[in-house]
Design a protein around this ligand. Sequence first.
Ligand SMILES: Cc1cc2nc3c(=O)[nH]c(=O)nc-3n(C[C@H](O)[C@H](O)[C@H](O)COP(=O)(O)OP(=O)(O)OC[C@H]3O[C@@H](n4cnc5c(N)ncnc54)[C@H](O)[C@@H]3O)c2cc1C
Length: 480
Amino acid sequence: MKTTVVWFHNDLRLSDNPALYYAAQRGAVVPVYIYAPEEQGARAPGEARKWWLHHSLQALDQSLQEWGLRLTIRRASQSLPVLEQILTETGADALYWNTRYEPQRWARDEQIRKTFQQRGIEVREFPCYLLHDPNAVRTDAGQPYTVFTPFWKRMLQVVDVPEPLSDPETLRAPERLPASEPLESLQLLPKIDWAAGFRETWQVGEAAAHRRLDWFLRHAVEEYHALRDRPDLDATSRLSPHLHHGEITPRQIWHATLRHSNGKWTKGVEHFLREVGWREFGYHILYHHPYTQERALRSEFDTFPWTEVKTPAFKAWTKGRTGIPMVDAGMRQLWRIGWMHNRVRMIVASWLTKNLLIHWRLGEAWFWDTLVDADPASNVLGWQWTSGCGADAAPYFRIFNPVIQGRKFDPDGVYVRQWVPELANLPTEYLHAPWEAPERVLKQAGVELGKTYPFPQEPIDKSRDRALEMLEQWTKQRAP
Ligand SMILES: Cc1cc2nc3c(=O)[nH]c(=O)nc-3n(C[C@H](O)[C@H](O)[C@H](O)COP(=O)(O)OP(=O)(O)OC[C@H]3O[C@@H](n4cnc5c(N)ncnc54)[C@H](O)[C@@H]3O)c2cc1C
């Protein structure tokens, strides 16, 4: 019987998994996951994603066991020797994987492909992480896009999103399954258990991803366009960590959404699929401009005088102790559950890069470590967009006012009260700006600024003016 090694990465699922599907059609399957963070360098999973990865691998292994298989797990500094060993041990004559788009993997995957092809092993790769092939969507002049709306319009014209594949009809184990290391040996779970909030919030794995999609389609998609900016409501899909780890594919989401609406692009459906389109756009940018992982897409911003050291203000931001309720609520939500609402991601990123003038890279790195959905394309896109130096970016002079944003998008203060409980008893009119509350009101609410809750680390208007002045000076200096 022919045997194929299926090399898993960010595709931790059985359904709509082309590498697994076509391997199963050939004969026996050896599912393998190699944890080699050294190969990913600075883009190795951060702490929050390691937690997710542990549970996702566990879920995948359980699903495979239902078929009499199991996941072969290995810890290594390099994948190639492990794959060589597994192919030899099992007598496999083919190696399949699903295409990965992280630049760190391109050269290595190419080397692995060549090495095995030279030895007569059949090597195949299958696209499914994205809806679009980053080479296929181009401007009329043949260039990649750097602005979202024209990218999206073109993508809709040229990409026919394929129907997802079903589960493999059957999965057969080879005569010899290779030895596996225990999942625990990867040491993905934290030594000091900070993950209680993660456990309470998330159900990890393929089945959970589909349950969440079903819930979202039944209860939230039709109002998505109206409510998606409200962090106080459960109004978005929360599929981002499932998508990042490949527990669900974008084309499964795409077709399930359109099936749900009987093919109609209602307002809710249109806005939702457009957001999935932003994920595509992020990978489009990363694919064509891999340097953006470290440097601004708009390279003139590489000279912008942002602070690059972890100042006390930066540390207060990470801890949700800035004294700005909307910023603190977001940063504490992030710390507690490893996820933050999109609107609040923009607010906290704007505060850091504009009001505090701290480099977007420091913020991006913090998110990288603390988000369960930390993604090399979407995180960089979000940070560069908010700080004004990336694709389709909000201009630098557009600075989010966290009080106005809070009053608009958390109108009853439910979000701030949940994540900043020391302010919970303040009347809503003062909740987003406690420093404006009369002493008597603060006292009644048990709030003592500077003691129970910090004063704002920077006055909002003054720090905004300072950022604008800095921009003006920097622009003048650059003028020829
Ligand atoms: C500073 C900053 C950092 C970010 N970092 C990440 C990150 O590391 N990983 C990540 O997945 N998203 C990131 N985003 C994008 C966005 O905030 C999240 O994708 C979204 O909040 C996830 O929640 P959801 O699944 O409920 O999204 P929904 O609103 O339900 O959207 C559906 C899906 O579309 C995609 N999507 C939605 N908005 C965006 C967007 N603006 N950019 C790219 N894709 C989007 C996601 O895959 C999401 O799961 C970032 C945004 C900002 C402003």
